[in-house]
Design a protein around this ligand. Structure first.
Ligand SMILES: [Fe+2]
Length: 436
């Protein structure tokens, strides 16, 4: 535990010190006196953390929760300090759950804290909203999860109202949403740009891994489980791990997707600075209805705008010089499993050259429908098709259909034959609305 969290006069825990990877050494045992002077001495020695035996974790959790509640309700404490204690206590519990997933009682403790969050959020929204950290901090998994938890509750309250039980569930799902990242090495989590197959498989599977982990714990609501499992699903079906779409994704998970993306972009990464919240809101808005639920996004926009108006000093100011990345690029690129299952989603503006294998049917202009083909490569404004039947004529227009979705219209550029005699068509996509 952080030495800042030690307030006891008489210790209820055995505390250990660890020096440079050596075995833990007992610092003070249960019942020993402890004073603020001890905290100062430890700090002067460069000791920031003390360690608690696993068998005493339930006591530790109770102390953390008491500290958190005391700090939040202490009217004399400056907001920065109050929020710092609450955030760091939550981050500590999440960190412990990620590191030691069998610790008894830890999800119940987090559930209890979510109950306090729900009460505080319904009681005084502005005071509670200060827990959302909009500062230019570095990305770190546990602090990100705390912020997403707080943000999900704020968004839900704005979107759906202050029902205390629902709010508690949404806080819980947000706090735990990335719990499945526990097995992913840091260098993969912080990697930007293209991922190799192994790294992508880890990222793709973390929502399922997280849901499986939580299924072994008590007191996790259905809403929270859905948020953990589905927070990377997108309304247009291009998300992961299942590629479900629109109303197949529960509202709590759609809420989580927005707050998760927002917080990821407003934090600093190794290769880029944090982005201003207003700029990120504008980027999210460009993807309303495709990547993000429109109603939930409106509620998040109102929530953040209100926070910025109240405390403009708390967030990175907007600056015309900052280039916000296209949100599609934050979906890890592009091994085969990552290919969105809709041609519509992959040939639009911003699509990049990809290899894929999507079954489609070709609807010709004359009305003959159903010739099967495979869409094997795509890029901005073009597709490559493989089929075994007769090639289409150069200049012929047709529509590509897949799984009953609206088709993509293409015009055949030229054809050639593959090594197995298959026909390969190079096609250009037609702009939407242009007559075929
Ligand atoms: Fe995630």
């Amino acid at each position: 535990m952080s030495i800042d969290a030690l307030h006891a006069r008489q210790l209820e825990l055995d505390l250990y010190m660890i020096h440079a990877g050596k075995d833990p050494v007992l610092y003070r045992s249960v019942g020993s006196p402890y004073t603020p002077g001890d905290t100062n001495n430890l700090a002067e020695q460069g000791v920031a953390w003390l360690y608690v035996p696993t068998g005493q974790h339930r006591v530790f959790q109770r102390i953390l929760t008491e500290n958190l509640v005391r700090a939040y309700e202490d009217a004399a404490l400056p907001p920065d300090e109050r929020c710092g204690v609450v955030r760091s206590s939550c981050a500590r519990l999440i960190h412990d759950l990620m590191r030691y997933p069998t610790i008894p009682g830890i999800t119940e403790t987090l559930g209890e804290i979510c109950g306090y969050f729900s009460m505080w959020c319904a009681d005084d929204l502005d005071r509670f909203a200060e827990l959302l950290d909009l500062s230019a901090r570095d990305y770190e998994s546990t602090t990100h999860m705390v912020n997403v938890g707080v943000g999900c509750g704020l968004l839900w309250r704005e979107f759906k109202g202050p029902d205390p039980e629902r709010l508690r569930e949404v806080f819980q799902g947000g706090l735990l949403h990335d719990i499945g990242k526990r097995a992913i090495p840091d260098d993969v989590i912080h990697r930007e740009g293209k991922l190799d197959d192994d790294a992508w498989a880890m990222i793709r599977d973390h929502p399922i891994t997280g849901a499986e982990l939580l299924a072994r714990h008590k007191g996790i609501s259905h809403a929270a489980m859905d948020m953990v499992r589905d927070h990377h699903e997108r309304p247009d079906g291009c998300g992961f791990p299942r590629g479900i779409k629109a109303h197949e994704i529960g509202v709590p998970a759609r809420v989580c997707a927005i707050v998760d993306t927002f917080d990821s972009l407003t934090t600093a990464r190794k290769h880029r600075d944090p982005l201003p919240p207003v700029r990120v809101l504008a980027s999210l808005r460009e993807e309303a209805g495709t990547l993000f639920d429109t109603g939930a996004l409106d509620a998040w926009d109102r929530t953040i705008q209100r926070l910025i108006q109240r405390h403009p000093e708390r967030c990175v100011p907007d600056s015309a010089g900052i280039d916000t990345p296209k949100l599609r690029l934050i979906v890890p690129s592009a091994p085969k499993q990552a290919i969105p299952r809709s041609p519509d989603a992959v040939v639009g503006p911003g699509a990049r050259e990809r290899e894929c294998d999507i079954p489609v049917r070709i609807a010709r202009a004359g009305g003959a429908t159903g010739e099967p083909a495979r869409l094997v490569a795509i890029g901005p404004g073009r597709v490559r098709l493989v089929l075994s039947g007769a090639p289409l004529r150069v200049g012929e227009r047709c529509r590509l259909l897949m799984e009953g979705r609206p088709g993509v219209e293409v015009i055949v550029g030229h054809h050639h034959f593959g090594p197995g005699g298959e026909v390969i068509l190079e096609c250009e996509t037609m702009r939407r609305g242009r007559a075929a």
